[in-house]
Design a protein around this ligand. Sequence first.
Ligand code: SF4
Length: 372
Amino acid sequence: MNNEDAVIENLRAILDIRWICEIGIGKLLFLGRFPTDIMTRVKALSLLSGGLDSILATELIRKQGIEVVCFNIKTPFGIPKKDGTSEADQAASQLGVTLKVASVGKDYLRMVRHPQFGYGRNMNPCIDCKIFMLKKARKTAKEIGADFIFTGEVLDERPKSQHFPALCTIEKESGLKGKLLRPLSARLLPETAAEKKGLVDRTKLGNIQGRSRKPQFQLAKDYGIKSYPSPAGGCLLTCEEYSKKLRDLFVNKKQVSMNDVDLLRVGRHFRIGANKIVVGRNEAENKVLVARKTKSEYYFELPDIVGPTTILQGPKTKKAIETAAKLTAFYSDAEAGEVKVNFGRGSLNKSMIVAVPEKTFAENLRVGNVMK
Ligand code: SF4
């Protein structure tokens, strides 16, 4: 081992890469070579949604020989794939990277209900959501010893949450001012701490800006990435119909539980004053409704005709019970006339006769007036 190798060996043994970067890469380079295994020890945490931008950002950073661990937050508003996996799961397995997943609780619901920076087109509080996720990511970055955090955000891609002031707000409010790297647009944004320290080569980062996705599609082609979801397809908060149901829930219920939110995915939703009525759309939903209803809530079914299961939330007034029974009859195979509807708490031990209502009856009560 010559003198130069001995110096490098000692550095490998005793130095942390962050310290190396602080003393300056130049001081290592004067030795005539850069120890590549030290270089690969730079570690970064990628906020991976599973969308194309976050996939490309992850690849861009990995191409620099940086070790990337991905981080995803599972919210109650995600849209799982048919096989139960998420976009992030699929992206991570396609890239062959480690994925850490964190779930959220009521604190996330509180944020969605009262976002400091408002909503996008629907009930999507994207700025607050990013801040929320990055705060969690900071904790994970610390745990795994990541040198920096990055996201797939693209300057000006989204009108509400990705213009320059919004990116600055996200950075500041998440406690990452000057430290959050956006690899796809980095050359158009102020230099971050990781770039200044030489952990990342800024010249190899992107300068993508705007709503056109052409540069991303090209980059995906260059990287051989064939599978990625359509933009903004993975969050129910961006869906108009779902947002109407969520708004209705927030307006009408003070204490909203995860169960309330989960139920918004199931069935057709109707509102009469303090009552919410949910009618199943198929057998699977009927089963979910019975399983998810609280002990005190009534459920309704037709004993003699094929039809849905319905649950009634809120005060059990005569009007509410009758409305739930009528909606059950409307969505059954009964075409007209009077039908018997059974209902009860733990079992269907009560019954009433109702007339099958007109379509307008259901239409007028449907949350968001969506008839399907
Ligand atoms: S689309 Fe949904 S998950 Fe994504 S930032 Fe907006 S609110 Fe959060």
